[in-house]
Design a protein around this ligand. Structure first.
Ligand SMILES: Cc1cc2nc3c(=O)[nH]c(=O)nc-3n(C[C@H](O)[C@H](O)[C@H](O)COP(=O)(O)OP(=O)(O)OC[C@H]3O[C@@H](n4cnc5c(N)ncnc54)[C@H](O)[C@@H]3O)c2cc1C
Ligand code: SF4
Ligand code: SF4
Length: 1014
């Protein structure tokens, strides 16, 4: 078993090659058959990996029709795909993947009278709800992946949200589906009477299904579980619904419901007509505290009688995880009474605040009747409620970020049992876990008997064996309690095998007949729901036993990931002991579990390049998958030096958005540094990139002749030459060199200073007035401030200190380390005496808190990191401690618009900047809800990146700046952000953005400096 996995083959066989050729001729959208692209579509959020034949990203429905026709003629299977966030392997297979998520995302005009809306399959749920909100409507199937999942995928999986108790599953909320069948016929599946005028092919299907359902009526009543949460198999019960909640309000039959939950195995959904609900006016949340999980589960049934919209469980493990995070601790503490073992979050809605509150009050009474008086914490404020729901989400994310090869595996994660049996089911399944040497964390939908639990298994070792054993024992419990084995996430590869177990041989045959009615050639997503493979077929695993990592000597320290975990004791082995031949880099890359959250686009930072391109390759997931394939040799012997890796990382702007927002902490900015470093072991960095990397070395020379250095900005042909020769975008102005550099002024060092100001390369050479402003502000606040200068004996004493950021961005880790060592030595004395190291440029200062810790600098690095602050963080802390004495006066301007640098956001420093600005009397501060500005260091100066860079800026930042009143102060602490704002507003009302310290300096006015603190 020592052989590595073979490289992904290039477009399998002759049929694949012909298909590729045909698609390139017939389809306007992207056609991808290369190994890396197919590798990126070989996984979803399941444990599986199956190479597709190829990938099409259709521009129009005509592309879909053409692709399906080509597949039909060549006998290649078809696999519809949305965000690929399925947990069961529904979206992986040896087929042509058709990805609807990029272009097929039109939303029709909502029909307020009929309370419906027509959408294309690639529409993302959160976007749909943002469009519906102004109409006072929403689509209420509120799945956890709402930021990325698509309506096509939700319909495919019969998805269910936290509030399914009130609103039902997808099947209850789909009114019609316009479908394309594998044989090319099209038509609308909808309410049965309306189908009387459908094309003959559709009518034949409807009649065929009706006959099968009539024939099997007795079996359906016997075998289809009578729970709301049953999503396995086909909805053969459309004619005689077994669900606790009828599929339609009036009991009518709707053939679209047969397509819901069919996992792309019956037809392609072209349009889905969704039923809408009015937005709830008021919500009230009750948190019921329980001494044991068992008691919580026992009470769920009684609580549901109060008609809440949601009853969600959070267990002890998640409570502890949330309390361990300082940001969440106050929120969760506010919801706890003592130290409960579990809490239930119970939500009520009402037309008025009083109505919602009255419903909540009944919860308290009920708990008293159940012998638990005083166990409810009431939350009626929207902000407090949202904060608590966020904690629940974050708790799950922390659980998923477990390091080591043992991971929480989803395969019995959504079994649904009737509420009277929930407590016993949980207790007995926990015993099953213990018997198999593992454990699970319980959470989610207590209201409908669907508790999520993922036992921790190591799929590279004995995980498959344990998975089957646990699944069989869990299955026996589900059967005993007359529950559903698949209650939320579908069948896919992990559970289709269980369809026969759940529904018996007759219904399994009936499912095959239904499949044959729709898709006689078996082209649509074969192997799912019917004719399935075994769940533990290791040849289909993402980490099969043959998975091996190509050894590398990493440049950065990844040892924190190189560990193993003990699921029962909940412990990790020491850093560096995990057995990763890539020193932990591979394990860090493997942390991506493909949940697809990096495909969100409406909030936060992650992932700017995906937001503008909507290409899988340019998402964090696409990058992490590319790196995983590379480090495991699946992209050929070049591994990290392969062109596919370079391409995947090209548009990563190293914003660190994923570092903060990826649920499993994938830090692609750091991975890019490592990958670029490894690439340079066999390749030479282009001249332009070398020049940029070495900017801190040649900057002193350029600053001696600023007029000459700035010529390129003034002479158009020089700009064009620089574009041709060095790839610098001619549309850009470059930062202007200054003769009056800050560090050139001879500002003396003060060995007793309590603040050491780190003046970075950019501030020193391009905007020295920012450093002067910082000096003035800090001194006005009474601090003794000294500029940081090289230590005595430094090899280059005349050259300013540098954080190494430009070297890191180019993967020149060794040179960055040299700079970091200079910095650490120079600041050691100040750190020892407890001085604060304060910086202005987020990208530079925060390097001390981030990459310095992985450069092998010894104990001095964490000590320095602990004393390194952005100037706004330093002032904000002093203010919070009641120590800041800054004599600020009102400014002529009364509003400021603040744009946070990505690294400020990644380190939670934007709020500090906002609070510090708000110290200026009368200044109201708005924060732009923006992702990366698109300049990202030198990214936007690159001619090849110019267009993407501007599109990133146009997503939110530039429109917000343009919309701001002329007398609004535009504030941005990042040098490149300020430059992007200047460039992006040059045509038509140029705006200048300034650093926070410049605003504070202005507000100091003529105030006399206060007495020194010493
Ligand atoms: C962390 C996490 C949390 C989750 N939480 C929930 C949850 O709360 N509730 C829930 O129900 N699920 C949940 N899921 C599962 C999954 O996110 C949902 O089922 C989601 O709705 C799938 O949407 P998608 O766009 O990713 O679909 P995909 O995974 O791309 O596809 C899903 C299925 O639909 C089919 N399909 C896609 N498009 C079409 C089309 N145009 N025509 C025909 N078939 C099509 C696919 O072939 C596939 O079988 C979760 C998953 C993760 C990783
Ligand atoms: S990179 Fe992070 S957010 Fe994106 S799919 Fe992977 S784990 Fe999820
Ligand atoms: S660092 Fe930024 S651009 Fe790069 S993958 Fe992460 S979120 Fe995307």
């Amino acid at each position: 078993m020592n052989a590595r996995l073979p490289p992904l083959a290039v477009a399998g066989n002759a049929a694949a090659a012909t298909l590729a050729q045909r698609l390139r001729a017939d389809v306007a959208g992207d056609v991808m058959f290369d190994a890396a692209a197919r590798g990126r579509y070989a996984t979803d959020a399941s444990i599986y990996q199956v190479e597709p034949v190829g990938v099409v990203v259709p521009r129009t429905h005509a592309d879909v029709v053409a692709a399906v026709a080509a597949c039909r003629e060549l006998g290649v299977p078809v696999l519809p795909r949305g965000a690929g966030s399925s947990q069961c392997g529904q979206t992986v297979g040896a087929a042509l993947v058709i990805d609807a998520s990029k272009h097929l995302d039109r939303i029709g005009e909502p029909d307020a009278a009929a309370m419906t809306v027509d959408v294309e399959p690639g529409v993302v749920l959160d976007r749909l709800n943002a469009v519906l909100r102004p109409h006072g409507l929403w689509f209420p199937v509120d799945v956890s992946t709402s930021a990325q999942c698509t309506i096509g995928g939700m319909a495919g999986n019969n998805s269910c949200g936290s509030r399914s108790l009130r609103y039902g599953n997808m099947v209850h909320n789909v009114a019609a589906v316009d479908a394309l069948l594998a044989d090319g016929s099209e038509g609308r599946f909808e309410a049965l009477p309306a189908m009387a005028s459908a094309p003959p092919r559709l009518r034949a299907i409807a009649a065929g299904v009706a006959a099968i359902a009539a024939r099997e009526r007795g079996e359906i009543e016997q075998r289809v579980p009578r729970v709301l949460r049953r999503v396995g198999g086909y909805n053969i019960d459309v004619f005689h619904p077994q669900s606790e909640r009828p599929y339609t309000a009036d009991g009518s039959v709707n053939l679209a419901h047969l397509l819901v939950g069919s996992e792309g195995t019956l037809a392609w959904s072209r349009h889905v007509t969704l039923k809408l609900a009015p937005l709830p006016r008021h919500r009230a949340l009750g948190v019921v505290n329980f001494a044991t999980l068992y008691r919580a589960m026992q009470c769920a049934e009684a609580i549901v009688t109060l008609a809440p919209t949601a009853v969600e469980l959070v267990d002890r493990t998640m409570i502890d995880l949330a309390r361990a995070n300082p940001a969440f601790r106050p929120t969760i503490d506010a919801a706890l009474i003592g130290a409960p073992d579990a809490v239930l979050l119970v939500e009520f809605v009402g037309g008025t605040r009083d109505e919602a509150a009255a419903r909540l009050a009944r919860l308290g009474v009920l708990m008293g009747d159940l012998g638990l008086p005083g166990s409810v914490v009431e939350m009626t404020e929207a902000n407090a409620q949202k904060a608590l729901w966020d904690v629940r989400k974050a708790g799950l994310n922390i659980m998923m970020s477990m390091k080591g090869d043992g991971k929480p595996v989803s395969f019995i994660e959504d079994c649904a049992v009737p509420l009277p049996h929930l407590a016993d089911y949980v207790a007995r399944l926990s015993e099953v876990f213990a018997k198999h040497g593992t454990r699970g964390t319980w959470y989610a939908h207590a209201s409908v008997g669907t508790l999520h639990v993922r036992p921790i298994l190591d799929m590279r070792r004995d995980g498959a064996l344990k998975m089957r054993a646990i699944a069989e024992e869990a299955g026996a419990l589900v059967r005993e309690y007359k529950g559903a084995f698949s209650g939320e996430h579908g069948d896919g590869l992990v559970r289709s095998e269980w369809v026969a177990w759940q529904f018996g041989p007759r219904l399994t045959r009936a499912f095959e007949e239904i499949k044959a009615l729709f898709d006689p050639a078996g082209l649509m997503n074969p192997g799912k729901i019917v004719r399935a493979s075994r769940m533990d077929d290791a040849t289909l695993f993402r980490f099969p036993p043959a998975y091996r990592v190509v050894p590398i000597v990493p440049a950065l320290d990844w040892s924190a990931w190189n560990v193993q975990n003990d699921p029962v004791a909940d412990t990790l082995t020491p850093p560096g002991t995990g057995g990763d031949p890539a020193g932990g880099f591979a394990k860090a890359v493997e942390m991506c579990n493909n949940n697809g959250h990096c495909r969100k686009f409406d909030a936060g930072t992650m992932c700017p390049s995906y937001r503008v391109t909507r290409d899988e390759v340019h998402s964090t997931r696409g990058r992490a998958n590319t790196l995983r394939l590379a480090v495991s040799g699946q992209l050929g012997p070049a591994a990290l030096a392969s062109p596919a890796v370079r391409e995947a990382l090209d548009l990563c702007v190293s914003c660190k958005g994923c570092r903060r927002e990826c649920p499993t902490g994938v830090d692609m900015a750091r991975m890019k540094i490592e990958s670029l470093h490894q690439w340079q072991k066999t390749h030479r960095l282009p001249l332009k990139e070398r020049l940029v990397a070495q900017l801190p070395r040649w900057a002193p020379l350029a600053a001696r002749v600023p007029a000459l250095a700035n010529l390129r900005n003034r002479v158009p042909w020089l700009a064009r030459f620089a574009e041709r020769r060095f790839g610098l975008a001619s549309q850009r102005s470059l930062p202007a060199w200054r003769h009056d550099t800050f560090l050139g002024t001879g500002e003396a060092q003060d060995p007793a200073a309590d603040v050491v100001l780190l003046v970075d390369t950019f501030t020193n050479y391009f905007e020295p007035e920012n450093a002067r402003a910082a000096m003035a502000v800090l001194r006005a606040a009474g601090y003794r401030v000294s500029p940081a200068r090289p230590a005595p004996g430094d090899a280059a004493p005349a050259r300013p200190l540098c954080c190494g950021r430009t070297y890191l961005a180019a993967g020149r880790v060794d040179e960055a380390r040299v700079e970091a060592q200079r910095m650490v030595r120079a600041l050691a004395a100040a750190v020892e005496r407890g001085a604060a190291i304060v910086g202005l440029e987020p990208a530079c200062l925060l390097t001390l808190r981030d990459e310095f810790l992985s450069l092998g600098l010894g104990d001095a690095a964490p000590k320095l990191a602990a004393r390194a602050f952005l100037v706004e963080e330093f002032l904000d802390r002093a203010n919070a401690a009641g120590e800041l004495r800054l004599p600020l006066r009102p400014l002529p301007q009364t509003r400021a618009l603040l744009h946070g640098h990505c690294h400020q956001k990644a380190f939670d420093a934007v709020d500090a900047a906002r609070r510090v600005l708000a110290l200026v009397p009368g200044l109201a501060v708005d924060v732009v809800e923006s992702s990366c500005c698109g300049m990202a260091g030198t990214f936007g100066y690159d001619a090849a990146h110019y267009d993407v860079s501007m599109r990133m800026a146009e997503l939110a930042l530039l429109p917000a700046v343009r919309a701001a009143a002329a007398d609004t102060l535009i504030v941005a602490d990042g040098t490149s952000c300020r430059h992007q704002i200047a460039d992006g507003t040059r045509a038509g009302g140029a705006r200048e953005a300034v650093h926070v310290v410049r605003v504070l300096e202005r507000a100091l006015g003529e105030s006399p400096a206060p007495a020194s603190r010493r």
